[in-house]
Design a protein around this ligand. Structure first.
Ligand code: S3P
Length: 433
């Protein structure tokens, strides 16, 4: 897929449903008793894999219309038939493992080539301490694996790195464990699971603990189905907004973007870089604050991104790096070692891709430093089956001197199936080939 230099982008678009919230709505709906009607569900491949998994665990899952889904749960997961294939989705598999661990079932989990490379011990080790059993089919720490769940006891777990996926897996398992489950995070990570557990009728206690939170939940709590309105995904909105910032003369508005402060680190960073970013129509929707964000072309300057901000923008460093390539001066991103274990090694892939586009880049074990300026482009970039690497380079191509092409663009459909059409609607020249 190729993005060609654009003269000006303009228009108003709507962000697709949030991926994190969409996974959780389906999973909690499947664990609950009764009906969960979901509006605005992201219909990306990752989420469709979770929907199939939840159906395999015994819930009825129906698509009522675009983004409108109904999950009818029977108060717990049942023994599935066959393998639970989570495709490309780390969040899907880790949260489903946590949820499934609480029930007396035996489940084989698997995923695609990218997911099979990602570490699973971060969830299987603490779930094992709660009493779940795991057997690796091949390499240790990697999918496929077999889980034997049930008969769990609560656990107090202190994370070394803030991870919402690990926290969520333990809380979902804790619902069906004996006694108290407690997770202590070093920094605050996205709190969608805690919010949604409450909406489904569970009691969750959250107190401050240093820079992070201590989250506690008593076992033996059932969930009750409830309507969920999924807000727009700030991680997806980032791509058209980035294009608005770096293509001269542009003005791009993305509507219905979730503004949960644990997800908006990128927008804070862009503002520090001098971005003209305004939020209007701030309102509440589905228990989250949402708003419409307008990005206008801006003369960006490099900044040092505070390391403590990493958890609130961990998925946004690739697109930040792309915009930093057009800023004046150096943008320093450190404390981002977690980027190496996402859908790809995102530090390595961004370093290679930006270098191929003529950008001055320094790669560190846990960091990336971009020195901005005019971007040459004129290259084809490897994406290693990573949607965000693909979209970041396509956006960069809109503001480069020569087109930028990416390999494996079909992975964009995991999180943002309408990406190309939406960008074309804003005037971008992005097409297959
Ligand atoms: C997510 C948490 C983050 C993030 C991922 C979605 C979630 O992962 O990168 O895309 O929905 O909980 P970690 O928990 O591994 O940091």
């Amino acid at each position: 897929m190729t993005a060609r230099p654009a003269s000006r982008l303009a228009g108003t678009v709507t962000a697709p449903g949030d991926k994190s919230v969409s996974h959780r709505a389906l999973i909690l709906g499947g664990m609950a008793q009764g009906v969960t009607d979901i509006e605005g569900l992201l219909e990306g491949e990752d989420i469709l894999a979770t929907a199939r998994a939840v159906a395999a665990f015994g819930a009825e899952v129906e698509r009522l219309g675009p983004g409108r889904w109904r999950v009818t749960g029977h108060g717990g997961f049942r023994q599935p038939e066959g393998v639970i294939d989570c495709g490309n989705a780390g969040t899907g598999v880790r949260l489903l493992m946590g949820a499934a661990a609480g029930y007396p079932i035996i489940v084989t989990f698997d995923g695609d080539v990218s997911l099979r490379k990602r570490p699973m011990k971060r969830v299987t080790t603490p779930l094992g301490e709660m009493g779940a059993r795991f057997e690796w089919s091949g390499e240790e720490d990697r999918l496929p694996l077999r889980l034997t769940g049930g008969d769990l006891r609560g656990l107090s777990f202190t994370q070394s790195v803030a991870s919402a996926q690990v926290k969520s897996a333990l809380l979902l398992a804790g619902l069906n464990a004996r006694g108290l489950t407690e997770v202590i995070e070093p920094e605050r990570s996205r709190d969608h699971t805690e919010r949604m557990l409450r909406a489904f009728g569970a009691e969750v206690q959250v107190t401050e603990q240093g820079a992070g939170w201590r989250i506690r939940l008593e076992g033996g709590q059932g969930l009750t189905g409830t309507p969920v309105a999924v807000p727009g995904d700030p991680s997806s909105a980032a791509f058209p907004l980035a294009a608005g910032l770096i293509v001269p003369g542009s003005e791009v508005t993305v509507e219905n973007v979730m503004l949960n402060p644990l997800r908006t680190g990128l927008f804070d960073t862009w503002r520090e870089m001098g971005a003209d970013l305004t939020v209007s129509n701030r309102r509440e929707s589905g228990g989250e604050i949402v708003g419409d964000i307008t990005a206008r072309h801006s003369a960006l300057k490099g900044v040092v991104v505070p390391e403590a901000r990493a958890a609130s923008m961990i998925d946004e460093y690739p697109i930040l790096a792309a915009t930093a390539a057009l800023a004046s001066g150096r943008t320093v991103m450190r404390g981002i070692g977690e980027m190496r274990v996402k859908e790809s090694d995102r530090i390595a892939l961004m370093a290679r891709g930006l270098a191929a586009c003529g950008v001055a880049i320094e790669e560190e074990p846990e960091g990336l430093i971009v020195t901005g300026g005019p971007v040459a482009g004129g290259s084809t970039v490897e994406t290693a089956h990573d949607h965000r690497i693909a979209m970041s380079h396509l956006v960069l191509g809109l503001a480069a001197r020569a087109p930028v092409s990416v390999r494996d663009p079909e992975m964009i459909a995991t999180s943002f199936p309408g990406f190309v059409a939406l960008m074309q609607g804003l005037g971008a020249d992005i097409e297959a080939g």
